[in-house]
Design a protein around this ligand. Structure first.
Ligand SMILES: [Mg+2]
Length: 272
């Protein structure tokens, strides 16, 4: 990889520093804030990151939120004792303020029989791990990358036994998530942005996966901006190279260095 100047392609870079009183920061978790582990249970959130997020939340008057595919209970466990506004389960559940009520999507969870048959795929495919969530099922094949095609085909066969609009399959990084249609991260962000402390602010969202594209898509409605991590994604204005670079930017923001991540505009190159 060369790091030559001529690879620089400026994006639609806004001028001037960020104003902490007018922005909201929304963050995907796995692959964005923290590195992806072999299994979702092995992920740990470093204490330094919790400290940064806690102080940043206060600087932004609470307008800091997590937007994840994990259930809310899982997010609280991971970030304990920190409490933040959260969108969990790809938008299935939201908590608009750190200690507020949890609002659940009116879309019903997946049919238990459909869940059971999806989980059974992991049961007889070595290295594939099923993660059952309230609303959905995730099948992780990070430990058995060769199983990707088989898993994808088996998911399609199982889902074909239900009406066409019942479920949608989100392909992630070494994971397929099967969730009901009717909610996604973008729809949930739109709702979040209607309420204080987010209302009237410009959201800056960071996410690393195709499941985050629904979030990038709604940002322009609020004058916001999206950044991807590790690669370019549709709807993102730029990207960070790694979760570590995201953490560094958050640390700077927490310290009062209110600038957009410059690395985000070196499109196609993961340099800072
Ligand atoms: Mg992610």
């Amino acid at each position: 990889m060369t790091l030559e100047r001529r690879t620089y392609e400026p994006g639609p870079r806004p001028v001037g520093p960020l104003d902490p009183s007018s922005i909201a920061v929304l963050l995907d978790v796995d692959g964005t804030l923290i590195e992806i582990a072999p299994t979702p249970q092995e992920v740990r959130v470093p204490p330094a990151l919790k400290h940064t997020l806690s102080r940043l939340r206060d600087r932004l008057s609470g307008a800091l939120g997590l937007v994840s595919g994990r259930p809310l209970s899982d997010l609280d466990r991971l970030f304990d004792p920190l409490r933040l506004a959260c969108i969990g389960g790809h938008g299935a559940e939201s908590r608009l303020t750190p200690n507020g009520l949890v609002v659940r999507s009116r879309t019903p969870p997946l049919d238990p029989e459909l869940k059971r048959r999806l989980i059974a795929i992991a049961g007889d495919t070595p290295g594939v791990i099923a993660e059952e969530k309230d609303y959905s099922v995730a099948l992780h094949y990070r430990l058995a990358p060769e199983a990707e095609r088989t898993v994808r085909e088996r998911i399609a066969r199982v889902c074909a036994d239900w009406p066409e609009k019942t479920a949608e399959v989100l392909p992630g990084k070494a994971v397929f998530e099967i969730k009901p249609r009717g909610f996604n991260k973008g729809v949930a962000i739109r709702e979040l942005m209607r309420h204080p402390p987010f209302k009237g602010r410009r959201p800056i969202f960071v996410g690393d996966d195709v499941t985050d594209e629904s979030a990038f898509a709604v940002l322009p409605e609020f004058g916001g901006m999206g950044f991807s991590v590790g690669r370019e994604l549709a709807g993102a204005q730029g990207f960070f190279a790694t979760p570590r670079e995201v953490r560094r930017w958050l640390y700077d923001l927490m310290q009062g260095r209110d600038a957009l991540p410059q690395a985000g505009y070196l499109r196609g190159r993961g340099i800072m």
